[in-house]
Design a protein around this ligand. Structure first.
Ligand code: SAH
Length: 209
């Protein structure tokens, strides 16, 4: 089957999973996922599966990327921060839905690879940072939206601090040794938490590599 047909299947699958936001669906049609993985794996690019990338990390499952993006409720004028650039695929998705995307990756190699791929694809509205995302963005910014694409054992404090009032953070979080996609809404200085479905993510780790 060629890539286009596989892509159409994927879009149908995303719709079945409950992606009703047509802006998000068309972003998945636009972005060539095969560019973010090894050539040998490109026949799997439009399977709804996580795949290995360098540094023992993974490119997330398209279904999970789409659902997390939908829960974020993107708006063009919102400022968004992503923790865990990885392959840069989720970053590319965000770049079509937000005016500017700030993204942090702890592995130098992944940071560099993602930057190269996105430059080649002529995506210009991303600010990349090689650092520890657990410490938040290295300037005193407030973000309307934060997405974490690695598993947090506990609520990441610095990131809650960088969320604006009314801001939303979406992340995989541990509850009693299981992981769930979680939405955190900051209201005044409190947080409201909503738990979604079970997932499997690589861990959010401190420090840089
Ligand atoms: N969205 C990415 C997911 C990559 S997997 C994709 O679909 O390709 C999660 C990524 O989070 C990994 O690249 C990992 O190195 C990164 N990560 C883990 N802990 C981190 C931290 N403290 N700061 C920044 N990145 C982190």
């Amino acid at each position: 089957m060629n890539a286009n047909i596989n892509k159409i299947h994927l879009i149908l699958e995303l719709r079945k999973l409950g992606i009703i936001n047509t802006d998000i669906l068309s972003v998945f049609e636009d972005i060539p996922r095969e560019k973010f993985i090894d050539k040998e794996l490109s026949y799997k690019a439009y399977h709804n599966r996580a795949l290995p990338i360098s540094c023992n990390q993974t490119i997330s499952q398209p279904g999970v990327v789409a659902m997390m993006t939908q829960i974020l409720e993107p708006k063009k004028n919102y400022k968004v921060l992503e923790i865990g650039t990885g392959s840069g695929y989720q970053t590319a998705v965000l770049s079509k839905l937000f005016r500017i995307v700030y993204t942090i990756e702890r592995y130098k190699l992944l940071f560099q690879n993602a930057k190269n791929v996105l430059e080649k694809l002529k995506v210009k509205n991303i600010v990349f940072y090689h650092g520890d995302g657990l410490k938040g963005w290295p300037a005193k910014f407030l973000f309307d939206r934060i997405i974490i694409t690695a598993l947090a054992k506990e609520m990441p404090k610095y990131l809650i601090d960088q969320l604006s009032d009314g801001g939303v953070m979406v992340l995989p979080l541990v509850y009693k040794s299981e992981q769930f996609i979680t939405r955190v809404t900051k209201i005044k200085n409190n947080v409201k938490i909503k738990k979604y479905w079970r997932v499997r993510f690589v861990p959010l780790l401190p420090g840089i590599k």
